[in-house]
Design a protein around this ligand. Structure first.
Ligand code: GLU
Length: 423
């Protein structure tokens, strides 16, 4: 897994050469300010106590408090969390929100825990890292397999520990606990705004464009819903167990697929509505096969490292909307460019989530309560402005959007570090 961090950092090093940055500055940019790794204990329902590895990596706070989600996942480790913390610092700078970058996690399968055990795990994560958290220090949020309910428990635990109600310590809370309107679908909504811009630039016809979405969690499901409603044809969908492709290319309704998933526990090879199942026109596919379907738009919205040296030659699409953090190994960027595949990189594509998190934090701190309309209007402005800014840089430097994003972000972080006397 060491490759993951090195791969992401190599992108920055490439840009550093382009911008002629000195070695000392580069080192500061790629070194986390604080790496926290602790054991946390969870009391299981049978009374036993189990220990798990828990992390918080605070990468850079030159532009504002550390910000970034917490993931509960059986395969997560410190290297992954460090990489994602680095990406958060870059992402917040790309969309120009006053936040730094961080990430947290626990190596655990939360799907195997009861509600009580999950609550205990969430509260204990806060207990362990409390001294490093706070509305002006470090503001966590949801990530893979963490939910508004988990954020509510964490906020409550922090408030108890510091002896005052402190909603701005964490974002992605439920509406009842100070969450923002629109935060639940913000990642997908933000991605949709930039997708629409890119589709115009590439002159694709949404009504004819074929789309495959890998991942059926918060981001994956919601983007599928949005593209379906906008008239795109969804020909592939998958969850962590695998997926289905539509052999007729006529387009699947994600809502109906969700109904099947709820009834059957997974996205099935059949497409069932109530008791009627259409098993003829859908093919069961793997999570790798979904990426190789002939499409116009491919949306990896599951986990990192999905498009790598191993399968990049099999990718048949025009545009990749990289919603999952690190879904594309940066070392294949050149190959994708040669194949004429445009990539909207993760650090822009999924920045809608942290942008609305920032709006939530602001509302909590100023005791405001914005309507969903206001949230999405501001989100749209941010996403469009960032997309168009990256497009200009891309043209100026004759490069791709990911490199353009790094050029913009690195410039902004350096400016903040200089003004703080850090470099
Ligand atoms: N986990 C999300 C991300 O990777 C959201 C982070 C946040 O809202 O702070 O961007």
């Amino acid at each position: 897994m060491t490759n993951l961090f090195q791969n992401s950092v190599s992108q920055l090093e490439k840009v550093a050469e382009l911008l002629k940055l000195d070695k000392k500055t580069v080192k500061k940019l790629i070194t986390p300010q604080r790496v926290l790794s602790k054991k946390i204990t969870v009391t299981m329902d049978d009374g036993s106590r189990k220990k798990y590895d828990a992390y918080r990596v605070q990468f850079n706070n030159a532009r504002g408090p550390f910000k970034g989600g917490i993931r509960f996942h059986p395969q997560t480790d410190l290297d992954e969390i460090k990489t994602l913390a680095f990406l958060m610092a870059i992402k917040c700078a790309v969309v120009d929100i006053p936040m730094g970058g961080a990430k947290g996690g626990v190596t655990i399968n939360p799907k195997k825990l009861s509600i009580k055990e999950l609550e205990n795990l969430s509260r204990n994560w806060v207990k362990v890292f409390k001294d490093y958290l706070g509305p002006t220090k470090d503001v966590p949020a949801p990530d893979v397999y963490t939910t508004p309910q988990i954020m509510d428990w964490m906020m409550d635990e922090y408030s108890k520990l510091v002896g005052r109600h402190e909603p701005a310590v964490i974002t992605g809370k439920s509406l009842k606990q100070g969450g923002s309107q629109g935060r639940d679908t913000a990642t997908a909504q933000g991605a949709m705004y930039v997708l629409e811009e890119a589709v115009k630039k590439l002159k694709l016809d949404p009504k004819k464009a074929k789309v495959a979405v890998q991942g059926f969690g918060n981001a994956g499901y919601n983007i599928a819903e949005l593209v379906y409603k906008a008239g795109y044809k969804i020909i592939g969908l998958s969850d962590s167990q695998g997926g289905i492709s539509d052999l007729r290319n006529s387009g699947m309704d994600p809502k109906k697929v969700l109904k099947t998933k709820k009834a059957e526990g997974q996205i099935h090879s059949c497409y069932c509505i109530g008791t009627v199942c259409d098993c003829v026109n859908y093919k069961k596919i793997t999570n790798q096969e979904i990426l190789e379907l002939p499409t116009d738009i491919l949306i990896p919205a599951a986990l990192e490292n999905q498009i790598t040296e191993k399968n990049v030659h099999k990718i048949k699409t025009k545009l990749i909307l990289e919603i999952a953090n690190g879904a594309i190994d940066p070392s294949v960027s050149e190959i994708l460019k040669r194949k004429n595949i445009m990539v909207i990189p993760d650090i822009l594509a999924n920045a809608g989530g942290v942008t609305v998190s920032c709006f939530e934090w602001y509302q909590n701190r100023h005791k405001e309560n914005w309507s969903k309309q206001k949230v999405f209007k501001k989100l749209k402005e941010k996403m469009m402005k960032s997309f168009n800014h990256l497009w200009l840089i891309k043209d100026n430097y004759k490069t791709d959007l990911r490199t353009a994003a790094y050029i913009l972000a690195v410039g902004r972080i350096i400016e903040a570090m200089k003004s703080k006397g850090r470099i």
